[in-house]
Design a protein around this ligand. Sequence first.
Ligand code: F6P
Length: 326
Amino acid sequence: MSNIKCIGILTSGGDAPGMNAAIRAVTRSAIYNGIEVKGIMRGYRGLIYDEIETFKSNSVSNIIQQGGTILRTARSEEFRTPEGRKIAYEALVREGIDALVVIGGDGSLTGARILAQEFNYPIVGLPGTIDNDLFGTDSTIGYDTALNTIMQAVDKIRDTASSHERLFFIEVMGRECGFLALNGAIASGAEAAIIPEMSELKDQLADLISNGFRKSKNSSLVLVTEGNITGGAMAMAERVKKEYPQYDVRVSILGHVQRGGSPTANDRILASRMGAAAIDALLDDQRNVMIGIQNDKIVYVPFSKAIKKNKPVQEDLLRTLKILSI
Ligand code: F6P
């Protein structure tokens, strides 16, 4: 049985809808199990600058429905250095925090892994990112809400696209991962998705146009993952203007609207289950793992696997999008 008496909790990296539901679940599950909780503000930065407060059950009242994170978040440059991490570790010891729960994406869990290794310190991670780019979990906290936001935005853009018979490139987030673009395209009935995972394999734009694009339609919606790998929506539109000048093309970049808003029921439930599982994992002496859910079952994924950036795109999604866009 674990001898953890006090845990710290922090959110780090980009905020994601459902992070508050996760904070609530971790806090209440810990208290339920007789464990004290300390909320660390602004991610790893709050450890370095001692921004730590005791959390009670009512510290997390009325937050399950709120987007963002009540703990605030940051991307800490200092924490990337060994000196910064030493200061952070000393704060954990000074505050009597026996274990840490980190809610964040790839960068945040990479930081957690290094801290855990350097100081032999117990950390459990929760996947909190709209990008869905962590291996070992079917979905990350925030992904479903962002997907719904994208779907609603694309539904609106469709009105203009069809009225003016235009080709729209709609840029979505995802960093180097095409989940938001691909599933956003399927959910909104878009014609195609241009995603980083396929960029090395083929010229997705040329492929789209040579495959009889617009044979049966006058308007088209194409979702494009942001970033250098695809080049983004602007680059696609520039190419179309030069190579296929017959099309009336426009760009829409959805931006941070995708990260905000009240979490969907799916994200609230996911965050609640994962938050409770984080405390179970610590009580069960699990160390340095991310909580995932695979096929509706809680799993423990070692940090080294979760952050490997190798979550594959499901072939059937690509196929479905192609078939349904005829
Ligand atoms: O990781 C979440 C995310 O929204 C990515 O999709 C995006 O590339 C990045 O964060 C944007 O970060 P920032 O808000 O710091 O500009």
